[in-house]
Design a protein around this ligand. Structure first.
Ligand code: CDP
Ligand code: MG
Length: 834
């Protein structure tokens, strides 16, 4: 082992493309990309190196022993030995030593994430190999990487950043002695960019593979290729469900170790029995709320057994149609008190109150679809006489996601309420945790006895045919429902309330569709290119389940259209820069151009703003005031510029410690403003790493900017998301080439005007809900579209002109279109020669 390690280490070439700074060796917040510290190569003398490693291993061994023998350590070992994973320890370690790849499955909470990496680490330390072993364990979410590593450090009697550390994007806690590192899947993928063989890493553990996230599926293809090149590397896949066979056959029949678990029986209630048992009254107050519920209930009585899809779609209709003619009204209503995407909050409130007053002790876990739901339900419950009483109820929120918007929340959550979430509350106080599906498998709350399941989860889906992504709550799978139910039976027999009828459950799919089959593939394709993994479609055809060819082609087309790939699918210079910016290509494009044109300040706000929740609030009871406040930001015919203005006002006010007041007066979310503020810093530091901006803050703290230029840069980023504005007598309508008539999303600033002095809109996304809605748009002029729409590079100029010509011809007089085309050609030639 030592020989293999040394050979590997000493043969290491200097780092390849060093795009990120390498720094900090002590346990501290780090932003560098290297995962483990290599021992100082004092000399290339093998004997000297061996000595260093031996000394370090001995020290690790002694430290581990002394912890395990002290009273606290013993107590911890005793707890750990009660976990089901502990009983399988020898079987697992044995399987790992004899196979390059193994798959471990076991119920959530059995100890996979916290114990298995520790078993490996401990046994290496026992064998005096501690200093030579480097274990990476990937997690799909930041919050689990952070909380699990901290838990393990505690179990080992250490502080975080010693033997155990974590690394998530732009943040980390690891040090010179870290040998077990938790990171998000994205971090490991980015590491592979500069270190294709994962030099020095001895074990890779991929956790939560049953979730089938796009990054995990991608990582598996890469690791599968890596295994023959690194025969001593061990790969361990961990899954909470029993579809392990799928992975096993993908990885050449790798053995599966199952950890038998134990859960107490959980009594299941579907909607029909909940309504009957609680005698939930339909009062005028919650008429709107109950529309879906009531209809579903009736249906569950009437429909004996319709065909699967029929039922699912009928229920969808019952829930979402709800007689709202105007979608705009619907979304606005839903923001404050009614959510069309899961069953009424009123029913949940009623049910929770029922549990608090009548049921035995035990925590309640409520599964909702997303942060929006969680925070609005939390507000509602806090106003309730029983549920909002802190002497009776401890109300907590728990969610975690990799979307940057939420990272801020996650951090706050970790600091503020992590202990509260995991610990038992005082006697007589009932803990209620509102969670997203993160609590399904990644996080275990031990004392849960009651589970309330709304039956939905927010997932991105992708309509390859129309090339339209949708982010909508959709029904969960049977496996997820079972997982949610299982959370109730960990400490004693539990109860689970599914807020949907039995017939709906019967219509659920068995498993959820893997993400790679339901999301746009642009970023993935860029990553494939930057890792030099060959042809995109060939590479993706080797996935566990390959995406549709049409979806792959769409992504490649898009990347060509925006100039990230050339004709031959080769990464362009722009594409190369885009791969250094871990964000959607369109956001990256704006940043790059913002840097080049030296107007980064507003562009940073635009890009940060696109990554957070809409900061303009519209509370129902103060609708008019909120509207009036909003009006002062809306005169630019741009949602993006409105945000730039709002942020600027906040920043100025915040300097005087009056940021909150400013938000309050202007109906802005202070949380979103803070999130934008910190994202701007993140994006700026990412840009610095690309070398496009220097560290002089003067370049980005420029308060004055050319509004037209910013508009043009937004156009550059959002192209080909373009739509034409057609004015009629009183107002205007919108159409795009692919969808025909489209509408503006209800919160758009542009919808407030009846005339727009520009012929085009560029938009961030379109969402299909009955009609197609555009979200986050900016009005742009002909010349902006002409000059900034698409790529400016010689190779694909003709194609680009054809495409641009297509747009222009579609929307305007062909002779004018011709004129524009010629003008663009001349401009392009000018640019090329300059
Ligand atoms: O990964 P898996 O779902 O199999 O379980 P785990 O995350 O390793 O958790 C195993 C056990 O450790 C849980 O059942 C909890 O009792 C405990 N744990 C804890 O007390 N605090 C944490 N932050 C994480 C786990
Ligand atoms: Mg786990």
């Amino acid at each position: 082992r030592v020989d293999a390690f040394l050979a590997d280490y000493l043969s290491g070439k200097p780092k390849g493309i060093n795009v990120f700074s390498q720094s900090s060796s002590d346990a501290s917040v780090t932003t560098d990309e290297s995962l483990f510290e290599q021992p100082e190569p004092l000399s290339h003398n093998k004997a000297a190196m061996e000595k260093i490693l031996w000394r370090k291993s001995t020290q690790m061994h002694d430290e581990q022993r002394s912890w395990q023998e002290c009273p606290e350590g013993r107590k911890m070992m005793k707890f750990r030995s009660t976990l089901p994973a502990y009983k399988e320890k020898d079987v697992i370690l044995n399987a790992i030593s004899q196979n390059q790849v193994i798959i471990i499955s076991g119920e959530t909470g059995c100890g996979k994430t916290t114990q298995i990496p520790q078993f490996i680490l401990e046994s290496e330390i026992e064998r005096m190999q501690g200093a030579m072993c480097n274990i990476i364990c990937t997690q799909p979410r930041r919050i689990s990487a952070m909380s699990v590593s901290e838990r393990i450090a505690t179990e080992r009697g250490e502080t975080l950043g010693e033997t155990v550390g974590y690394k998530v994007r732009l943040e980390g806690m690891k040090g010179r002695d870290t040998h077990l590192l938790f990171c998000t899947t994205g971090i490991l993928l980015r590491r592979l960019l500069v270190d294709r063989n994962l030099k020095g890493v001895t074990y890779v553990i991929v956790d939560e593979i049953h979730e089938r996230g796009i990054n995990e599926d991608f990582l598996l293809i890469v690791l599968k290729d890596l295994l023959p090149r690194r025969p001593e590397l061990r790969l361990i896949l961990m899954s909470a469900t029993l579809d392990a066979e799928l992975f096993s056959s993908y990885l050449g029949g790798a053995p599966v170790v199952h950890i038998p678990g134990f859960t107490y029986p959980v009594k299941t209630h579907f909607l029909e029995s909940i309504l009957e048992a609680t005698r939930y009254q339909l009062t005028p107050y919650n008429q709107v709320d109950d529309y879906g519920t009531e209809k579903m209930w009736k249906m569950s009585k009437q429909t004996p057994r319709k065909r699967k899809s029929q039922i699912a779609s009928t229920v969808e209709d019952a829930l979402s149609a709800a007689d709202f003619k105007d979608y705009t009204a619907l979304t606005q209503e839903s923001m404050s008190y009614w959510n069309p995407d899961c069953i009424g909050f009123n029913l949940i409130e009623y049910l929770l109150c029922n549990i608090c007053e009548k049921e035995r002790a035990g925590a309640v876990l409520v599964f909702l679809t997303g942060w929006d739901d969680i925070s609005s339900l939390k507000d509602k419950l806090q106003a309730h006489p029983v549920l909002g009483d802190p002497n009776r109820v401890l109300l907590l929120a728990c969610h975690g996601s990799m979307a940057s918007e939420e990272q801020v929340n996650v951090n706050q959550l970790l600091i503020v309420s992590k202990k509260l979430i995991f610990n038992k509350p005082e006697d007589g106080i009932r803990k209620i945790v509102l969670a997203t599906n993160i609590a399904e498998t990644s996080i275990t709350i031990d004392d849960v006895v009651f589970v309330v399941d709304c039956g939905k989860a927010k997932e991105t889906s992708y309509d390859a045919l129309n090339n339209t992504p949708c982010l909508l709550p959709s029904w969960i799978s049977k496996v997820s429902a079972k997982q949610r139910r299982g959370r109730a039976g960990r400490v004693q027999p539990g109860e689970c309330y599914h807020l949907y009828p039995r017939c709906v459950y019967d219509a659920f799919e068995d498993y959820q569709l893997p993400e790679i089959l339901r999301t746009p593939l642009q970023s993935l394709c860029l990553q494939i290119k930057s890792l030099k993994l060959g042809s995109i479609s060939e590479f993706l055809s080797r996935a566990l389940q390959s995406p549709e060819n049409r979806a792959v082609q769409n992504a490649i087309e898009y990347l060509k259209t925006i100039g990230a790939l050339d004709e031959n699918e080769k990464l362009t210079v722009l594409g190369h820069y885009l791969t250094m910016l871990p964000m959607e290509p369109k956001l990256g494009k704006m940043l790059i151009l913002g840097a080049i044109f030296n107007c980064l300040d507003p562009v940073l706000s635009v890009v940060a703003g696109l990554s957070v929740r809409d900061p303009f609030l519209a509370p129902l009871d103060k609708k008019d005031l909120a509207e009036a406040a909003k009006a002062q930001f809306s005169h630019d015919y741009s949602d993006h510029l409105a945000l730039v203005r709002a942020y600027k006002g906040w920043k100025v006010a915040d300097g005087d410690q009056t940021g909150y007041e400013y938000c309050w007066k202007n109906f802005l979310s202070a949380q979103s403003m803070k999130a934008i503020d910190s994202l701007r810093k993140e994006f700026y530091s990412l840009l610095k790493d690309t070398g496009l901006v220097d560290s002089n803050p003067a370049t980005y703290n420029v308060w004055s900017y050319d509004e037209h230029l910013v508009r043009a840069i937004i156009c550059y980023g959002l192209y080909p998301g373009i739509c034409s504005i057609v004015h009629n007598e009183k107002s205007f309508s919108l159409k795009t080439m692919e969808d025909g008539h489209v509408l503006l999303y209800s919160n758009s600033m542009i919808a407030r005007h009846s005339r727009i002095p520009y012929p085009w809109l560029v938009f961030n996304e379109k969402i299909k809900v009955n009609s197609v809605f555009l979200r986050d748009s900016t009005a742009v002029s002909d010349s902006m579209l002409l000059l900034f729409g698409g790529s400016i590079s010689k190779g694909d100029m003709d194609d680009h002109l054809k495409m641009l010509g297509g747009y222009l011809e579609f929307y305007m007089d062909p002779s004018i279109a011709k004129l524009y085309q010629n003008l663009r050609r001349e401009l392009d030639e000018l640019i090329q020669t300059k």
